[in-house]
Design a protein around this ligand. Structure first.
Ligand SMILES: C[S@@+](CC[C@H](N)C(=O)[O-])C[C@H]1O[C@@H](n2cnc3c(N)ncnc32)[C@H](O)[C@@H]1O
Length: 321
């Protein structure tokens, strides 16, 4: 799917909630600001849980020689999640190489720089990849030895929280192709369904700024001179039936924009669902994973902090039957 098509589909309501990859490419530092807010509990809970349980998590791994991180994001999550977790991993399995994959190249490159500063002699690679493209990880599949295992890690929930079902399937298919038998897949999930907490975390000025990045990015990529990317308000709704926070932008003025010779009219008051933050149940996740022969080996939650609604899921690729 091209950038043009993604935006045409958004403004013509053909698809929704699929703009996650565009909100970090403009003003990428805003994401770091979001994580520093006291009310943004997902960052702190996932990081606390990872640090607290990393040695327990690592008992599940053998012969890991390569780590591939999906969507490392900005500096704060790398220093508060990736680095402490990988330090624990190194003490369990020894040295490994590290590949960062992100649709925002700046994030992937910065992740590798930070890793190189924290680990002696680590070999790193940064790749700008849209993980929703078919066979997205082709270039990330490097020549592993038969007994070496790969570990794919993903924090901040870009897989199951930020995609619709169809895109989750596409992404997991790509992951399934990239992982060989016995390779591991590790990610954090949140099962908080408390509307007040979720609204406090997501209904903020900084979330608004993050979503506006999708409009700034459109303006800069397509050189839309008269388009005002600021002319949208944030709409944040908790959909209790589908267990998702729906994040949308509502036009405050009428816009006319031209994409691929196609004139699109955006009326004042129209709402566009930019992305969602879903809270699927573990059983739903288990079913998605099973289609790619990814079997959940362990689910680790905090045994000291009962308010921490995060869990770390460890899955492993089995051979197809
Ligand atoms: C919610 S952030 C998570 C960042 C970080 N791992 C954390 O724990 O906070 C999502 C990350 O995934 C990346 N991302 C989102 N959609 C993507 C896509 N389609 N392809 C590749 N990367 C994507 C973003 O650029 C961002 O770095």
């Amino acid at each position: 799917m091209t950038l043009e098509q993604d935006y045409i589909d958004l403004f013509s309501y053909k698809r929704k909630g699929h703009m996650g990859k565009y909100i970090y490419r403009y003003r990428p530092a805003i994401y770091d600001e979001i994580l520093k807010q006291e009310a943004y509990y997902p960052f702190k809970m996932e990081s606390d849980l990872l640090i607290q349980t990393s040695h327990n998590i690592c008992k599940n791994f053998e012969n890991v020689r390569h780590v591939l991180e999906l969507g490392p994001g900005s500096q704060t999550p790398i220093l508060s999640k990736t680095v402490p977790f990988l330090k624990a991993l190194k003490s369990h399995v020894g040295s490994f190489t590290y590949t960062a994959v992100d649709s925002t190249l700046e994030y992937a490159e910065h992740a590798c720089t930070l890793l190189s500063q924290q680990f002696d002699d680590i070999k790193t690679q940064s790749l700008e990849i849209d993980f929703l493209h078919s066979n997205a990880f082709e270039t990330a599949k490097n020549g592993a030895q038969p007994n070496d295992n790969k570990l794919m890690i993903c924090f901040g929930q870009p897989i199951f929280a930020n995609n619709n079902d169809k895109d989750i399937e596409i992404l997991l298919k790509n992951i399934g192709i990239c992982l060989n038998k016995d390779d591991y897949f590790l990610f954090g999930i949140d099962n908080n369904h408390n509307e007040a907490l979720l609204k406090r975390a997501y209904n903020t000025k900084l979330t608004h700024e993050l979503l506006l990045n999708s409009m700034y990015y459109l303006k800069s990529k397509l050189n839309l001179k008269d388009f005002n990317p600021e002319a949208f308000n944030l709409i944040c709704k908790w959909n209790s039936k589908e267990k998702k926070v729906e994040l949308s932008l509502k036009a405050t003025v009428k816009h006319i924009i031209k994409i691929r010779e196609q004139e699109l009219l955006i009326d004042k008051g129209q709402e566009f669902n930019i992305l969602n933050s879903r809270r699927p149940l573990i059983e739903t996740i288990r079913k998605f994973l099973a289609k790619e022969n990814l079997i959940i080996k362990n689910v680790i939650s905090s045994d000291t902090d009962t308010n921490n609604t995060f869990s770390i899921v460890i899955a492993q690729k089995h051979s197809s039957i």
